[in-house]
Design a protein around this ligand. Structure first.
Ligand SMILES: NC(=O)C1=CN([C@@H]2O[C@H](COP(=O)(O)OP(=O)(O)OC[C@H]3O[C@@H](n4cnc5c(N)ncnc54)[C@H](OP(=O)(O)O)[C@@H]3O)[C@@H](O)[C@H]2O)C=CC1
Ligand SMILES: CC[C@](O)(C(C)=O)C(=O)O
Ligand SMILES: [Mg+2]
Ligand SMILES: [Mg+2]
Length: 347
């Protein structure tokens, strides 16, 4: 379990006793990106699964077609020992209100992200376990890896251990969705929540899209063709990230030309300079002090006006148009595509 190479405990299949979940019923609330993967993987691992969805849910048909039992969230929670909260973060407090009367002593409230616990939007009773198994991947890959016999790395955290068995049960859950095949790293709700929010804002989703758009605009504004700019700053990004994913920075630098390596090494810190580092510090601070959480909760209460406007601006960007046309034209666009996941629109 412990490995001197790591600062935190890392668990693998041999550390898991699946008896901690085998005889239990798991209610998976939500059947979107994570929900469909957890529900199907757990069911195929032999766990009794019931999916909890509202009566008029657009996800009901998919869950039933996948052979799963579907109830309302309250009904599913009433019969479950483990309730896995896999509806969007902003929806979870309302769904929690529906299921709270059905939480029995010794039940488990299980999350894939710590937002609502960490920022105090959900306050479970003291006699239930509160755990997290957070795959470090979009849900459709959690499913695809499981089907392929492979695993997806995940984080595990225990916020409340009423039964004394919370870690063992969370590990068995991680095994059930296939994550223990890859490795499960122990963390805390605070660390997962803050690092996840920072990562998606500063680098993975926010940082990278702005880097791509700014690179594209710089080329096009200086007279280069949109097609050239698209290939250079977006399409090829996948190939570069794949190399880093497989073998770290070293494999990427080994694979590109010496010219690219020298130019990249000398210009990288010019582009992502000290100002960017300061911006990142500010982004992290807003996550840590709850400012981002308060802003996002208020944005939802207001009906998401800024979210809608920003999302539309993103869809209207020229790179989307040229990208769609090029992907239609070239065969490579269909290769190695992830199985599409039916995820309801956010609005
Ligand atoms: N997306 C990802 O890959 C990752 C997500 N997570 C975490 O996992 C959790 C789930 O996220 P994710 O899988 O993205 O969620 P999704 O947005 O994919 O969830 C959609 C599901 O939630 C249901 N739902 C949406 N709105 C409502 C509502 N108002 N009332 C009832 N049900 C509703 C939908 O059903 P309906 O058809 O009824 O709308 C659908 O089944 C979050 O905590 C997230 O942070 C963690 C790691 C990665
Ligand atoms: C990177 C985005 C993510 O944190 C994820 C897929 O892990 C999310 O919240 O969807
Ligand atoms: Mg994440
Ligand atoms: Mg996230």
């Amino acid at each position: 379990m412990t490995d001197d190479a790591f600062t935190q405990p890392v668990y693998h299949e041999e550390d898991v006793d699946s008896a901690h979940i085998d005889e239990k019923t798991v209610a998976v609330l939500g059947y979107g990106s994570q929900g469909h993967a957890h529900a199907q993987n757990l069911a195929e691992s032999g766990v009794d699964v019931v999916v909890g969805l509202r009566e008029d849910s657009s996800s009901r048909a998919a869950a039933s077609e996948d052979g799963l039992r579907v109830e309302t969230p309250a009904e599913a929670a009433a019969e479950a020992d483990v309730i896995s909260m896999l509806v969007p973060d902003t929806v979870q407090p309302a769904i929690y209100d529906e299921i709270e009367p059905h939480l029995a002593a010794g039940d488990t409230l299980q999350f894939a992200h710590g937002f609502n616990i960490h920022y105090g939007q959900i306050e479970p009773p003291e006699d239930v376990d509160v755990t997290m198994v957070a795959p470090k991947s979009p849900g459709h890959l959690v499913r695809r890896n499981y089907v392929a016999g492979e695993g997806t790395p995940a984080l595990l955290a225990v916020y409340q251990d009423a039964t004394g068995e919370a870690t063992d049960e969370a590990l068995a859950y991680a095994q059930g969705i296939g994550c223990a095949r890859a490795g499960v790293i122990e963390t805390t709700f605070r660390e997962e929540t803050e690092s996840d929010l920072f990562g998606e804002q500063a680098v993975l989703c926010g940082g990278v899209t702005s880097l791509v758009k700014t690179g594209y605009e710089t080329l096009v504004d200086n007279g280069y063709s949109p097609e050239m700019a698209y290939f250079e700053v977006l399409n090829e990004l996948k190939l570069i990230v794949d190399l880093m994913y497989e073998g770290g920075l070293e494999e990427m630098w080994n694979s590109v030309s010496d010219t690219a390596e020298y130019g990249g090494l000398t210009q990288g810190d010019v582009i992502v300079d000290e100002q960017v580092r300061e911006n990142m510090e500010e982004t992290l601070e807003a996550v840590q002090n709850g400012e981002f959480a308060r802003e996002w909760i208020a944005e939802n209460q207001a009906g998401r006006p800024a979210y809608r406007q920003q999302r539309q601006a993103e869809l209207d960007h020229d790179i989307e148009d040229v990208g769609a046309r090029l992907r239609d034209l070239f065969a490579w666009a269909d290769e190695d595509q992830d199985e599409p996941t039916e995820v309801p629109a956010d609005d």
